[in-house]
Design a protein around this ligand. Sequence first.
Ligand code: COS
Length: 384
Amino acid sequence: MIRDQETLNLLLDSVARFVRERLVPREAEVAETDQIPPEIVAEMRELGLFGLSIPERYEGLDLTMEEEVLFAFEIAKTSPAFRSLIGTNNGIGSQGIVIDGTEAQKQRYLPRLASGEIIGAFALTEPGSGSDAASLRATAVRDGDCYILNGTKRFITNAPEASIFTVMARTDPQKRGASAISAFIVEKGAPGLSLGKIDKKMGQKGAHTCDVILEDCRVPTENLIGGQEGIGFKTAMKVLDKGRLHIAAVSVGVAERMLEDALRYACERQQFGKPIAEFQLIQAMLADSKAEIYAARCMVLDAARRRDAGLDVTTEASCAKLFASEMCGRVADRSVQIHGGAGYVADYAAERFYRDVRLFRIYEGTTQIQQLVIARNMIRAARG
Ligand code: COS
């Protein structure tokens, strides 16, 4: 539940203004240089954007899920790379510690994540395990007051910028499956940790991913999340439940921006002696996009409110991620179509967004994984 409407409105207004006045004008530059300008990062820190979902006790803003998705609708009305920079600190890079960390782990890392002094990353995926996350092969072997980690993590968002990594690794090599997986906080300077070269992606220039390589990497035992072996997979899944809802909200925000751009273009562009917005075939694309965005927005808000009420939203988070990310892809496609030839060239944002949003249907669980989660939960409930 929203706790303080007035403060929330102030935050949302300042974010909307920040997006409009500071971020939108720099989008093309970020796409060109593949870097977010340092002064923009500094402004994000000043606005408190790195600590939105971190509890107040650890110096974050402690937004409810409903507040967080309302924020995500706004920050997503520009290049997703801007949101991605703060995204891991608020989401997958901090939530393992927030949800299952020990008090000492929270005190050591959360305030610095909240201020943006350090960036967090989440290292689950491996070259051989993507959707089948429980088959991961990285190992963590206890050696006195340390664990020795070995393995490679792939496509790790913000890894080049990160100071800490939540790393999932197998602590019981005899056991297969999820119950042998533990989660660790690995610091950037840990001996044996290195990074691969930055991936060349289809879109989202300015947001970086790369491999994280662990070679006899020594991690102190106090960095085992929750101080308990074997719970790391569940920690990862709980983190992803929240992350999926956040990405669903981001999909809504970007779709709203793409539709605004397409509508403006349709009202300005003249063909056959009048603005193309007056043609019914264009109107159909505008109207379908509007209706689908509205549906996704309602889903995201409903799921967020349920989570705030303490309900299990695994199914709803997957429904929202599935529908909103697929919807966003359709809106991106229509936006390019409405722009016609102009939608295919880089002078207009439609071309860039078309590439950027393709990722939403893939990361934090593909559409097919969301389908699987939803159907499995339905069948489990039906069997009682
Ligand atoms: N919250 C809490 N616990 C959960 C959970 C959730 N959302 N989902 C699963 N678990 C628990 C299960 O209850 C089970 O525990 P028990 O053995 O005690 O019953 C354990 O975790 C293993 O779950 P499950 O048997 O469902 O695991 P599977 O290997 O069958 O796979 C999927 C689960 C496919 C859903 C999982 O691997 C997944 O989400 N894959 C996609 C990974 C992903 O999103 N990657 C994106 C990159 S990270 S940005």
